[in-house]
Design a protein around this ligand. Structure first.
Ligand code: KG4
Ligand code: ZN
Length: 345
């Protein structure tokens, strides 16, 4: 007898994307809707929580409705409602959590709580039939930089994370210093394409021989000193720099960040005897990072399989939420209407 299809409606509002999606059986994407707030935050050079929260409130209903329409499903076809409830900006998360709880109550469908970072991991494995464990999994986003020992979708074990800035945050801040457009990650990548990655030797913070934690605040400061002088008294030289000089700074910065991310992932892989490496999160859209990790995996003995989230599912989306929720559904791991948003996770 063929098993029944399980349709899950996923909701995501942890930062500056209002997203909803319907995914069947954890991998068939029936709809994926994302309303990005990038334009609203552009002039501030980063996400402003109050603005994010208000925009989520405006968009949440139309986005969920659009996801249902595009998927051609009605409430009766939905088996569960999943929502990212941690980690993220509490006043942003609360919008998605409230919407999901309301639908769960009104439609009489189970509610599933999803960890946003575990969902990013899910984007990397969603279309894979078998992921050979153990896997060293790197999540690099605007708010987080974390390494996991991954053996199953439900129990990734945290091995290390950033002690200060996240990798994406460093990209965004350095883009602001270089006066490149927001969001910074794609702008730095574009500028770096014409630059020399060996032009400037920016610091690579490894935090000791064993550490699987990250630190990116030092490199951000190094770029700032490079542009304004060690005493910070000089004016920002960026305005008088040539395009080539900006490109060289962007390429050298990107090379240093990628270098640290790859070396730490290698360390984690060695420590757990990884057969597979997973990569997800907004910064995973970066081509230099993708190819450097690929090279690391190919040159290992034995080589490791690299699974990377497709570019459209690197940045925040609800497909990854609905996909991961399928495994919680199968395991009967449901939340109730007391579910709260949590900043950490
Ligand atoms: O995962 P995400 O959408 O949001 C969080 O959960 O934080 O990640 C957004 C981050 C931003 O910092 C953005 O600058 C960065 O991902 N990003 C990139 C690229 N595309 C997005 N960083 C480097 N290269 C890119 N191509
Ligand atoms: Zn994210």
């Amino acid at each position: 007898m063929q098993e029944e299809t399980i349709n899950i409606l996923g909701v995501e509002t942890s930062c500056d994307e209002t997203a909803a999606a319907v995914v069947a059986d954890g991998r068939i994407v029936k709809s994926a809707v994302v309303a990005s707030q990038a334009k609203l935050h552009e002039k501030y050079g980063g996400v402003v929580p109050e603005i994010a929260s208000r925009a989520h409130i405006e968009k949440i209903y139309p986005v969920i409705k659009e996801a249902m329409v595009q998927a051609k499903v009605a409430e009766d076809d939905v088996d569960a409602i999943a929502v990212a409830n941690q980690p993220g900006l509490t006043i942003a998360l609360v919008v998605g959590v409230t919407a999901a709880k309301t639908l769960s109550f009104a439609w009489g469908k189970p509610l599933i709580a999803i960890n946003h970072l575990h969902a990013h991991l899910q984007s990397a494995i969603m279309s894979e039939d078998d992921v050979e464990p153990p896997a060293a999994a790197l999540i690099v986003s605007g708010g987080h930089t974390s390494l996991y020992d991954y053996r199953s979708p439900l129990e990734p074990r945290l091995l290390g994370s950033t002690i200060d800035d996240a990798a994406g945050e460093a990209f965004d801040k350095v883009a602001t210093i270089l006066k490149l457009p927001y969001p910074g990650g794609p702008s730095i990548e574009k500028a770096a394409a014409d630059g020399d990655p060996a032009a400037i030797e920016f610091p690579r913070s490894m935090l000791g021989r064993e550490s699987l934690d990250f630190s990116f605040s030092g490199i951000k400061t190094a770029v700032l000193y490079h542009c304004r002088g060690q005493d910070m008294k000089g004016e920002n030289k960026v305005d008088s720099m040539s395009r080539q000089q900006i490109a060289d700074i962007a390429a050298s910065f990107q090379a240093a960040v990628v270098d640290v991310l790859v070396k730490k992932t290698q360390r984690a892989a060695n420590k757990i005897g990884a057969k597979t490496v997973l990569l997800g999160g907004g910064v995973a859209a970066n081509s230099t990072l993708r190819s450097a990790l690929k090279q690391m995996c190919d040159s290992g003995t034995p080589p490791k399989k690299l699974l990377v989230a497709p570019k459209q599912y690197c940045t925040d989306n609800a497909v990854m939420v609905a996909s991961l929720a399928y495994y919680k559904y199968k395991a009967g791991l449901f939340a109730d209407l007391t579910l709260e948003p949590k900043a950490t996770g």
